[in-house]
Design a protein. Structure first.
Length: 444
């Protein structure tokens, strides 16, 4: 522990008063929930918290692993204070599993990253933006065990070591302050049929966003560990910002074998960025500019349309019919669902056919560039697994890894040299084009 008791008390007191001042309505809403054993999160804006007290911000950046549990304890004390203030109302009950989730870090290179962190970032709290390419199975994790000393009969708790894949290390000596120093212990958890302290656990794999890479770079990926209420908060293909502590972990060590270190992100909060499919926030200024534009061409709307087409892919001269087709695909349509529940897709597909050197690839690259969620791939070498989903076996488990069509869900998938795809691979995308779904039966 790198913080002394006075610093811990100060941080807890500041955070408790901050929660009561800014998040009292959220805490009241949680206290009204019927399930007392569920996990509840209060999302805290880091900028507002740091402005309230800069000293807490410095402690948080220096010792995130020590400060985050203090935040959780402060949140529980704040919830207890709020509960006592409304004790005359029925329907409120104390919840034990409360978590403080930190979001909205200041935008600076030290705290916000668009690339995968490196070894020098270990121990720091960062936000990493990327695309989820794999979500693992949800597991039950035992994170605490109780041991009893055979000599002085002291019962103490041992936590699982995150850095060794949540393995438990046998205690070396008795922690009794009276100086027992015994080295023989009995595990109390092993005697019961079920582990006493468990939590939900999931691992996801995030990859750097292709649009933000420099020319010639290959996107890198890293694992992120989710626990409790964060489990199943995202799916493959989502654009996410993961807030968490960068940590190392390794498999058990053996003699004459090299230790393989892996950098992982222990997530504290996940923000899914693709809730807005367009990715564009329409404010009043943009709306007024849009209305003024069409007021100018209200007597001749085709001239306004031509003005828009002239600005679409300006590096290609002319070809207004092709530009009109690309613009219609980018704008899309409206999906219809009839009374029986069957869906009629609102998106149209576009096949560009032409001689070499007529600008087909330029149109594809431009469309992929201006669409917030897009994947550009070439037909040569593309397989059905690469376009839909790939089954990957890792540490004895099968996982599905998202392909190009899944990663571009709700966006645009551009396939260059479409005629180069093999016939049996080309049929795999027919379902995605017609039904807007992908059905998979792989690896059981």
């Amino acid at each position: 522990m790198l913080l002394n008791s006075d610093q811990v008390a100060f941080i807890g007191q500041v955070f408790e008063s901050y929660v009561i001042e800014h998040h009292k309505s959220n805490v009241l809403q949680i206290l009204q929930e019927p399930d007392d054993d569920a996990h509840y999160a209060v999302v805290v804006n880091a900028m507002t918290l740091f402005e309230t007290n800069m000293e807490v911000g410095e402690y948080f950046n220096a010792f995130p692993n020590e400060v985050l549990p203090v935040f959780d304890n402060g949140l529980r004390r704040a919830a207890m204070a709020v509960l006592q203030s409304v004790s005359n109302q029925s329907g409120h009950s104390m919840k034990q599993n409360l978590h403080a989730r930190i979001s909205a870090l200041p935008v600076c290179p030290e705290l916000t990253r668009e690339h995968i962190p490196k070894s020098r970032d270990v121990g720091h709290f960062l936000s990493v933006t990327g695309t989820v390419i794999r979500t693992g199975m949800t597991k039950v994790l035992e994170f605490e065990r109780d041991y009893i000393c055979n000599k002085c009969k002291l019962v103490f708790c041992v936590k699982a070591d995150f850095e060794q894949y949540y393995t438990f290390s046998q205690p070396v000596y008795c922690p009794n302050e009276e100086g027992c120093n015994s080295s023989k212990f009995t595990c109390l958890s092993a005697s019961s049929s079920t582990p006493a302290t468990c939590r939900d656990y999931q691992e996801i794999k995030i990859q750097e966003q292709v649009q933000r890479l420099s020319v010639g770079s290959i996107p890198r990926s890293m694992m992120a560990v989710l626990e409790d209420d964060l489990v199943d908060s995202c799916k493959s293909g989502d654009d996410v910002t993961v807030y968490g502590v960068v940590m190392q972990r390794w498999k058990p060590l053996y003699q004459d074998t090299r230790c393989n270190l892996e950098i992982v992100l222990k997530a504290n909060f996940i923000e899914v960025n693709n809730e807005q499919p367009t990715g564009v926030v329409i404010n009043e200024e943009v709306q007024k500019e849009f209305e003024d534009f069409w007021d100018k061409y209200k007597n001749n709307p085709l001239a306004g349309r031509n003005k828009i087409l002239m600005s679409l892919c300006p590096q290609v001269f002319g070809m207004y019919v092709v530009k009109l087709a690309v613009a219609m695909v980018l704008s899309g349509g409206v999906q219809r669902i009839d009374a029986s529940g069957s869906k009629v897709r609102g998106e149209s597909h576009l096949l560009l056919v032409g001689d070499p050197g007529t600008g087909k690839s330029q149109f594809l690259k431009y469309a992929a560039k201006i669409t917030p969620r897009s994947v550009l791939t070439a037909g040569i070498g593309s397989t059905s697994a690469g376009l839909t989903v790939t089954a990957v076996k890792e540490s004895g488990e099968w996982n599905l890894e998202a392909g190009a069509l899944v990663l571009s869900d709700g966006g645009l998938c551009c396939i260059d040299e479409f005629n180069s795809i093999k016939e049996h691979d080309r049929t795999s995308i027919h379902e995605a084009m017609e039904q807007q779904t992908i059905s998979v039966a792989k690896a059981g």
